[in-house]
Ligand binder design. Structure first.
Ligand code: DX5
Ligand code: ZN
Length: 218
């Protein structure tokens, strides 16, 4: 399957969010990545339901909602109602992860699990079959524009092995510090979805940058 590009609106201009979402609609982006931060799970606060609803109103592409929040299980139905197509929770925030994944699936959304850089892939071995997407964090969550962590390549390969071994249909997403330089190596290692925030929105020509990431061949 061809890889997917999911630009992160965390790096968009919130003063003209409609225009930035329309740019993504017109571009070759596959998904729109939406980062929700609560100031507790991560040391930063981004936005919540009203902004997600505004994005949904305008967006013509699936919304890939990344919850960097404590107790995500309290808000799953609300995020679905606000437009989330993929709902990703953090492994580190979910003591009852299996239950939370079932809760997400019951809403009709795809269920994702994100792993912080220090969280090993092996912790997913007993529930990889229940996950639609694993988001490997290639920076510490909380901020855009950080430096890519090189150990990520190793984790992608390990996750790819686990997915194969268990026959899971799970996709591999990479989030943080993705750019034109590391993208092809990420895809070669087994990534299916690349999230990119500052690399897209701080470029001279965002739609072209998205298309360049989309065109990367192995
Ligand atoms: C980081 C967020 C990322 C962020 C990526 O906590 O989860 O999605 O927007 O931004 P860049 O691509 O700038 O690292
Ligand atoms: Zn994210």
């Amino acid at each position: 399957m061809a890889h997917l590009i999911a630009p992160s609106v965390l790096a968009a201009n919130f003063g003209q969010l409609d225009q930035d979402v329309e740019m993504l609609n017109q571009s070759t982006a596959d998904w729109i990545h939406v980062d929700v931060m609560d100031g507790r799970f991560v040391p930063n606060i981004s936005f919540g339901f009203p902004v997600l609803q505004a994005i949904q109103k305008k967006a013509t592409k699936p919304l890939d909602v990344h919850l960097m929040i404590e107790h995500p299980e309290l808000y799953i139905e609300q995020f679905r109602a606000a437009g989330a197509d993929v709902i990703t929770v953090h492994y580190e925030a979910c003591p009852h992860l299996h239950r939370t994944l079932q809760q997400i699936k019951a809403t009709g959304a795809k269920a994702g699990v994100a792993l912080n850089p220090h969280t090993p892939i092996s912790l997913l071995s007993d529930l990889i079959q229940d996950i639609d997407l694993v988001c490997i964090m290639s920076v510490n969550p909380g901020f855009g524009g950080q430096k890519f962590i090189l150990h990520t390549y190793q984790k992608i390969k390990e996750l790819k092995r686990l997915i194969k071994e268990k026959g899971s249909p799970c996709m591999i997403e990479i989030d943080g510090g993705v750019n034109q330089e590391n993208a092809s190596q990420l895809l070669a290692a087994g990534a299916d979805v690349l999230v990119a925030g500052s690399f897209v929105f701080q470029s001279q020509n965002p739609p072209q940058t998205i298309e360049d990431l989309k065109q990367i061949a192995l």
